[in-house]
Design a protein around this ligand. Structure first.
Ligand SMILES: [Zn+2]
Length: 384
């Protein structure tokens, strides 16, 4: 079991990259002697290694030409399992402390939590068997799902997709597997993954918007995931964007999900008599001058842009990261979205917030789930 100081040191390196002992002591507010003692213990435990002269992201305190020993994480000192309940079959991945996926397995998806726990326990040895020492160094298991999750990352408060209410899934899985388990909302898991291992590592305030069949969203504020009072912070999918609009699966009308999700875009295209099955198809039709395709992309792009403008107006984030599994933002959809963002924020905010878009593969949710376990390992449980 790691001490708080040991976790702090690992976390500091995880956030900044390799650091010298002097930099670490300053960051942690410790004397160099005290810090060196903690580092020595972590080196003995095989969790840290001394490395060459690569400068840290934060700063370099050494004069040019003078070699400096820095401390870096030993990525294979701890492994984490991530499982996505958003796909069938449900992917399971094994990741190291740098977020690299080093083994994968899959399992049939069930909506029965007891069966899910049983399936995970059955498949886990097959996943761990793919990597030497994985079972010994396994330090946590994370599960990403669609729905609200409590602040302890233990209970699924509500999931429309899975038909759950107050399901203590983490405890059920932990009982079957003997591995400390956390669950998290899909978009929130992606936000933690981006903060820990991805493009948002150096950004203290940012929002992730995930565009797929549904729209997910999560906010990191002051370096921490913001979940709100009921775990529902960031759910832009069900913000009313078109009052009195189409019915949504949540029971309301005119939610962003009914206008700008990939499912909505496909349905709107179909209703217009278009045979497009993907965003790329629709973009092609629009580029060829098909009025119906142009109208659908306009409506969806404007709605997504308006919702993002609201996030910028409310939170003033340092970055909006849009992840998407299909299509691209180079066409009409992305252009209209960008215009709607600029047109709906205060003029002094316009153009000030970087909007990054990233096409992601289907590993995104399982990788996010593993990062939830890694994050808890690095900062200690239940403090985010
Ligand atoms: Zn809704």
């Amino acid at each position: 079991m790691l001490t708080t100081s040991q976790r702090q040191l690992l976390r500091a390196i995880s956030e900044s990259g390799p650091l010298s002992r002097t930099e670490l002591a300053a960051l942690m507010g410790l004397s160099k002697g005290a810090m060196s003692g903690i580092a020595r213990d972590l080196i003995d435990l095989g969790m840290l290694r001394e490395t060459g002269t690569a400068p840290s992201k934060r700063r370099s305190s050494t004069k040019q030409g003078r070699p400096s020993i820095r401390l870096d994480l030993q990525p294979d000192c701890a492994f984490f399992v991530g499982i996505s309940l958003l796909q069938d079959p449900a992917p399971m991945v094994l990741s190291d402390l740098n977020g690299n996926i080093i083994a994968r397995q899959s399992m049939t998806l069930s909506r029965d939590p007891e069966i899910i726990a049983e399936l995970i326990a059955n498949e886990l040895p097959k996943l761990l068997g793919q990597r030497a020492q994985a079972a010994d160094k396994l330090s946590g298991l994370g599960i990403a799902l669609s729905g609200f999750v409590d602040e302890k990352q233990a209970t699924c408060v509500q999931s429309t997709l899975l038909g759950w209410q107050d399901v203590p899934l983490a405890e059920m899985v932990q009982r079957k597997t003997g591995v400390v388990t956390y669950i998290e909302n899909d978009a929130k898991a992606v936000a933690v993954s981006e903060k820990l291992f991805g493009s948002a590592r150096d950004v203290p305030n940012f929002s992730v918007v995930s565009l797929g069949d549904g729209i997910g969203c999560a906010h990191v504020i002051d370096g921490k995931l913001y979940r709100g009072n009921h775990g529902g912070a960031g759910e832009i999918a069900h913000c009313t964007i078109e009052p009195g609009g189409s019915p949504c699966r949540c029971g309301k009308r005119g939610c962003l999900d009914t206008v700008a999700s990939m499912k909505a875009i496909r349905e709107m295209a179909l209703a217009q008599g278009l045979k497009c099955t993907s965003l790329s198809d629709l973009e092609q039709e629009a580029a060829g001058g098909t009025a119906a395709a142009i109208s659908v992309l306009h409506k969806a792009g404007a709605a997504l842009g308006l919702a993002i403008a609201h996030i910028i107006q409310m939170n003033d984030p340092g970055m909006i990261l849009i992840t998407h599994v299909e299509g691209s933002f180079d066409g009409l959809f992305g252009t209209v979205m960008q215009q709607a963002i600029e047109a709906n924020v205060l003029p002094r905010y316009a153009g000030q917030t970087p909007i990054r878009t990233r096409r992601v593969d289907s590993d995104i949710w399982a990788r996010g789930a593993a990062s939830i376990a890694a994050n808890n390992f690095l900062i200690g449980p239940n403090t985010n």
